[in-house]
Design a protein around this ligand. Sequence first.
Ligand code: ASP
Length: 355
Amino acid sequence: MKRFLYFFAFTSFLVGCENSNKNSETKISQQETFPDATDQVNFGIVIHGGAGSIREKNMSDSTKIAYAEKLEEAIRTGHEILKNGGTAVDAVRETINVMENSPLFNSGKGAVFAHDGTNQLDASIMDGKTLKAGAVAGVTTVKNPINLAFQVMVNSPHVMLYGDGAEEFAKLQGVELVDPSYFYTEDSYKALQRVKTAEKKKYKTEKTVFYNARIKDYKYGTVGAVALDKNGNLAAGTSTGGMTNKRWNRIGDSPIIGAGTYANNKTCAISCTGWGEYFIRGVAAYDVSAMMEYGGKSLQEAAEIVIHEKLPSVGGGGLIGIDSEGNMVAEFNTPGMFRAMMDEQGKLEIAMFEE
Ligand code: ASP
């Protein structure tokens, strides 16, 4: 079982970076005391910023710090909402907004490029109390796709909107739109060029071409959040640019309810990241919930089965989850996953690499 690795208080992390030894990795762990002991209500939040070949030896100290800081800002945003009695849905949405607005992740601002040089964004959100859900796919001008997915959930009779229609709905709902050039980042653009070059070498004809998702420098960074609020309600959300060099309007698991995102107050809230085709085929997020509901598994057991027994033979990635009692999980079968969790005590854990 891959366990969470902790950073110490951020200052220790910085010192750790200077000393730069293997055990200095990832650390932020801080404790705040709330709510009153007499008024203890379970709540919590878990986030991810993508899984893949994320290795400590390939990451500079300044990059590690940048990721750690952004993960901390994101999770504290959601935690504050939960602490003040806000809903799990709001905590998930606003936490994801922080990561969508950062170029570090493959979502919103930092979304990867498709083969044709556009950025096509996908997102979904689900409310575990009502089992309502909203999703959008292939949007190119929506600054924060998770906000549009939320609008689909609360202001439309549908679950999933795609492309131009989704953008038309965004205008009607007053969701913030941007020029497609907003999503340009040098990192993502260079990643597309590298993947295209590697692809040309490997495949001879257009017919057999398929983006090589396992290429070494593929950009990871789909983002997700799951939360339990003080009223016992769960929510999950996921937002992504998909996979570098994707073609033919490919849509991954992130906007598919049951595959990349699922929440049900009876069981858990789940957000997945990794090679989407395999998460779709495994109905991965719902599978965790189903094993809990019908098989009596705990969240941890179900997450381990999906990630370490069912997926490895077909595809790599990870998931985060929280159950209705506030148990939290972050499992992955790749070398790393950007992740953080924070409970009702304010205990914060941030990690990136495999133990
Ligand atoms: N699951 C996403 C997709 O396939 C990508 C990722 O999580 O890295 O679109």
